[in-house]
Write a protein that binds this ligand. Structure first.
Ligand SMILES: NC(=O)c1ccc[n+]([C@@H]2O[C@H](COP(=O)([O-])OP(=O)(O)OC[C@H]3O[C@@H](n4cnc5c(N)ncnc54)[C@H](OP(=O)(O)O)[C@@H]3O)[C@@H](O)[C@H]2O)c1
Length: 316
């Protein structure tokens, strides 16, 4: 039997990476096996991945030597950074640099870099439709990822640039679920007017990534955007109403109001939604549903995701 090739997965215990590890290990006859990279090989999440048959190894994106070791002997790697752990775009870029360096030195044949748009290509710092944040960003957690694309290219790493989408799981884990308004009616709140927000079940990101690796060299040096659906706030609210059996409204607010909500990262997210609103055609256009489904035939719609997850959504 042909030996399976190793895909090293950064963030293997997290939302994106665990979907990929599960997709690889779930395809028993497939060409790959997963090497799950974690800072703590003894955690319950790490043990659950080992129970699937994945190799579990230690690695930290701040430590290039640990990455070099973790990538050694591999065919490919899935690279992702964790903005919301530190809120630092500079740190994200340094971590991308560490992963690109280690990937090159390990001679990997295919890397997927989980990225997003550098919004300054559309909204230069001189454009005051939205405030400049941290001195040189419009949407720090998007801009840093987009800026880091060139780090992989300049190092000559054979890379697919994977443009992800808003996780619907944010309704569970990121405090974005329906909340009761002053009238007692549940509402979801976004500053998107009537524009469409590309969204995806987080686990489907890993499944799409698996589809990219399975295509071999075809998508190297290319950007691939993925989404499960492009939906307006009203459409998402209607789905919630149907799934939960009680009224959920869409509460459109201005980006300025969103930026002033006061939670950590509110300004960054306010600018992000404004960017997605103002450049709807470009942002949705870069995330083909057809392509996403061809990479991952079990891609979930929002209704299907809600049906599975409605019991986990906190409602205040
Ligand atoms: N939420 C959204 O809608 C959305 C949409 C698109 C993109 N994103 C982006 O997705 C990224 C986060 O990915 P995710 O959601 O998959 O993360 P996640 O679920 O928060 O998981 C993060 C995992 O990464 C590991 N990790 C954290 N720091 C690490 C380090 N220094 N070295 C190695 N591993 C480390 C942790 O594993 P161990 O503790 O086991 O080491 C953790 O399980 C963010 O940059 C965010 O901007 C989010």
């Amino acid at each position: 039997m042909k030996q399976k090739q190793i895909i090293a997965v950064i963030g293997a215990t997290g939302a994106q990476g665990s979907g990929l590890v599960r997709a690889i290990m779930g395809d028993k006859g497939g060409p790959f096996t997963a090497r799950a990279i974690t800072r703590d090989v003894s955690s319950d999440k790490a043990k659950a991945l080992a129970a699937l048959g994945a190799e579990v190894v230690a690695g930290d994106v701040d430590d290039v030597a640990s990455l070099r070791k973790a990538f050694q002997g591999g065919y490919g790697a899935y690279c992702v950074t964790f903005f919301w752990e530190h809120f630092s775009p500079e740190k994200e870029m340094a971590q991308a640099g560490n992963m690109a360096k280690a990937a090159k030195e390990a001679g990997l044949q295919h890397v997927i870099w989980s990225t997003l748009e550098d919004t300054r290509r559309w909204v230069p710092l001189s454009d005051d439709r939205m405030p400049t944040l941290m001195g040189k960003y419009k949407v720090p957690h998007l801009d840093a990822k987009g800026e880091a694309n060139k780090i992989f290219s300049e190092r000559g790493v054979p890379t697919t640039f994977l443009n992800t989408s808003f996780y619907w799981d944010n309704f569970i884990h990121f405090g974005m679920g329906p909340k009761k308004g002053p009238d007692g009616v549940l509402a979801i709140t976004f500053p998107m007017d009537d524009k469409k927000l590309p969204g995806i079940a987080a686990e489907d990101i890993g499944k799409c990534a698996y589809g990219i690796f399975k295509k071999g060299k075809e998508l190297i040096c290319r950007s691939v955007g993925i989404a499960g659906e492009h939906l307006t706030g009203d459409q998402m609210a209607a789905s919630f109403t149907k799934a939960l059996g009680r009224e959920v409204r869409y509460n459109p607010v201005t980006p300025e109001a969103y930026r002033n909500f006061g939670f950590p990262g509110a300004e960054d997210l306010g600018n992000m939604f404004q960017f997605k609103r103002d450049f709807e055609d470009d942002f949705c256009g870069a995330r083909s549903l057809e392509m996403s489904r061809s990479l991952n035939p079990s891609l979930q719609t929002f209704d299907a995701w809600l049906d599975r997850n409605k019991g986990r959504i906190p409602m205040e």
